[in-house]
Design a protein around this ligand. Sequence first.
Ligand SMILES: Cc1cc2nc3c(=O)[nH]c(=O)nc-3n(C[C@H](O)[C@H](O)[C@H](O)COP(=O)(O)OP(=O)(O)OC[C@H]3O[C@@H](n4cnc5c(N)ncnc54)[C@H](O)[C@@H]3O)c2cc1C
Length: 323
Amino acid sequence: MMFNFQIEKPKTAPVDYQTLYDFIALGLGPAGMNGALYAKRKGLKTLLVGYDLGGQLNNTSDVDNYLGLGNIDASDMIHKFNTHIKELEVPILSEVKVISIQKYEHFEIALDNGETLKTKTLLYAFGGNPRKLGVPGEYEFASKGVSYCVTCDAPFFKQRHVIVAGGGNSALDAAIDLARLASKVTIVHRSQFKGDQTTVNQLKKMPNVEMFLETQILEVKGEITMTGVQVLDKKTKTERFIEADGIFIEIGHIPNSNLLEGLANLNNSKEIIVDRFQQTNIEGLYAAGDVTDNPNKQIIIAASEGAVAALMATSYINQKGDK
Ligand SMILES: Cc1cc2nc3c(=O)[nH]c(=O)nc-3n(C[C@H](O)[C@H](O)[C@H](O)COP(=O)(O)OP(=O)(O)OC[C@H]3O[C@@H](n4cnc5c(N)ncnc54)[C@H](O)[C@@H]3O)c2cc1C
């Protein structure tokens, strides 16, 4: 809703290491940024802390699935997010690394600049990274055929031949999604499938899906964009080239949750377990985005979870009063 009068904007407060903040958001990705934006607009004494502005968007070329932004270059998206944060004068402490988090009466956050921050409530949004194959050409052809996200990139491979690397449930689900759009899907996995047998059976019935097990990807090859992968058949010990327009690497996700190990509950994949209000098992501690046990790792989801966390933290602070 727009009000037809001038809102006097307060000056952005400098970082105050003596202050007890109401809400600190850790992580300069979409989850942390949106959490801090919501908390600031609720009038909480807020600080946004992290290392690199934009998080994983820095490793992305363009984004096609954020409502209202159309097809946008990821660097433009970071710029838009940052402009919004600045317009609302959300205080930011960037280019610092958090080295430890302790919970006493309040949370204490130790930084690599030697300082410590204190806060009543904390949003942990340190994201994560897709696990890499670690083969030549993977980095060179990233966003030029190599993708780590079917939800993000599958529509770009309509009626194309794509490879799925991996044999767990996420790889099998990715292959099913892709088989609806791509002309052909080739699953390549270095051992036997680890995912559900029912999903494997479903894939076996799909006419445009082929599978190579006990097959190791040695290299992603290409010129301007990728043209295929060199593989080793481990049974026959022979190498060959599989021609393809793209490869989806679905071999897992590494959450940056190490600072909460021993404090919050994590699942077997080391993701932080949260409820539908983004609350962890620790009072006043929230987590949002790719670091949580939500399997859907997306910008719009991370941003909305950050907002939920900030609103729940506001209710928590309101209930606690001025303690
Ligand atoms: C190649 C690629 C393409 C993608 N494409 C799309 C797409 O098209 N659409 C889409 O919706 N999603 C896409 N995604 C997924 C999307 O980027 C993530 O879901 C989203 O960025 C998650 O946001 P986040 O805030 O949870 O974490 P992140 O973006 O991971 O941000 C976390 C931040 O925390 C910082 N951090 C971590 N540890 C510390 C520490 N100790 N101290 C200080 N800072 C720390 C990190 O440096 C980072 O800045 C893509 C991901 C990748 C890798």
